[in-house]
Design a binder for this molecule. Structure first.
Ligand code: FES
Length: 163
């Protein structure tokens, strides 16, 4: 819960409000409610955009990454990561499509996309920062955002597993 006397949280909020100028990606059609194993309409996503699917009341980010985002994620040395994981394993193939849980691995707050120095995700509760592969880079979160397996896309549709 936000408290007026908590300067760290005020600083985070100020950073988040200022962050749109820093964000390179954009959230579009921000909520699609689907059943586990259901399909998401990704026809509106350009490279660099994402949407949020809600599966069993859990937010799942469906992100269509740019070649630069993929290249940066794949060039990151494992030694720089708290929870080492290859981007190639999190977003197989060319890596254009990444689907991850929107629950911060610290205490379960919903993260925000496109914020922070890596333009990946940021959690405003206590300041955890994730890169464009959803890997934790700083803050109290102990683990990466969980990958939610997907199939596709095929045409306009991408199929998600339950979060
Ligand atoms: Fe995200 Fe604490 S819940 S940093």
């Amino acid at each position: 819960m936000w408290r007026r006397a908590d300067p760290d949280r005020r600083a985070l909020l100020a950073a988040a409000l200022a962050a749109p100028a820093l964000a390179r990606a954009a959230e579009v059609d921000p909520r699609q409610y689907i059943e586990p194993g259901g399909e998401v309409d990704v026809s509106g996503l350009a490279r660099g955009d994402w949407l949020i699917a809600v599966v069993d009341d859990q937010p799942v980010f469906v992100r269509r990454r740019t070649p630069a985002e993929v290249a940066a994620a794949r060039a990151t040395p494992m030694a720089a990561l708290r929870d080492p994981a290859r981007d190639e394993d999190r977003a197989p193939g060319k890596g254009e499509w990444l689907t991850v849980s929107g629950r911060c691995t610290h205490a379960g707050c919903t993260v925000m996309g496109g914020l922070g120095p890596y333009h990946g995700w940021m959690c405003l509760c206590h300041g955890s920062i994730y890169d464009t592969s959803g890997r934790v880079r700083s803050g109290p979160a102990p683990r990466n955002l969980a990958v939610v397996p997907h199939r596709g896309p095929a045409g306009r549709r991408l199929t998600l597993a339950a979060a």
